[in-house]
Design a binder for this molecule. Structure first.
Ligand code: SF4
Length: 219
């Protein structure tokens, strides 16, 4: 993985970290981002922030009204139900709509608390905590799962959920955010799902998938 991280750093540099959002904001954004683009997620999150004065108002809203507001992100009813249920649970559990107390929790505790809720899988929890709590956690999305399989870092039957545990020990310490962001860029531009551009990829020599391609090689 160090070789991969170094190669991607040469190609894409070290991605800047955005100013840290609150953990609850980051969680809601990540829930909205499921199965849609960053652009649509941002549209829905912006609409949410404009329509409601704060998370208390969102929690009090009818899920159907919430679904209408976040429609740009798709799956409005499902996402609204999950957001609503989470906010109401949090209010009942902690008395306030904030997740900042998670800064004091261990990685395992924070992940366990988030993933006990519907719609919050390991990837969503890791993304939330990586972005908003600056933790050295490595979320595995569909691009990273595909690339890891092609490079032989995980076996063909390892699911994206299982890949978190398999890949975490391979990530160079302190570089989870950089590697995650650069792999997303790599997966979107070079090691694409269809027709990967292997001809311009510096990882060819180390890529078992490339060696299976018929000659002339793709890309
Ligand atoms: S050689 Fe091709 S399949 Fe392998 S990592 Fe590079 S782009 Fe992906």
């Amino acid at each position: 993985m160090r070789l991969l991280a170094d190669d991607l750093r040469r190609r894409f540099g070290v991605p800047p970290r955005k100013p840290r959002a609150g953990i609850l904001d980051a969680l809601i954004q990540t829930l909205l981002s499921q199965s849609t683009t960053d652009h649509n997620r941002d549209l829905a999150f912006g609409a949410l922030k404009r329509r409601f004065k704060g998370w208390d108002e969102v929690a009090a809203a009818r899920p159907a009204a919430l679904a209408r507001v976040i429609r740009p992100a798709g799956l409005g009813n499902q996402k609204a139900g999950r957001i609503s249920a989470f906010l109401r649970w949090l209010k009942g559990e902690r008395g306030e709509l904030s997740l900042e107390f998670l800064h004091a929790a261990s990685d395992e505790e924070a992940v366990a608390l988030l993933t006990r809720h519907k719609g919050v899988g390991v990837k969503t929890a890791y993304v939330t905590l990586m972005l908003a709590s600056s933790r050295d956690l490595f979320p595995v999305d569909v691009h990273i799962h595909r690339i890891a399989r092609r490079l032989g870092l995980i076996g063909p039957r390892v699911t994206p959920e299982q890949a978190h545990g398999a890949l975490a020990p391979l990530v160079p310490p302190g570089r989870a955010h950089e590697l995650h962001m650069n792999l997303l860029a790599f997966g979107r531009t070079v090691c694409t799902a269809r027709s990967p551009k292997c001809g311009g990829c510096g990882l060819r020599r180390h890529c078992p998938f490339y060696k299976t391609l018929p000659s002339p090689k793709a890309g």
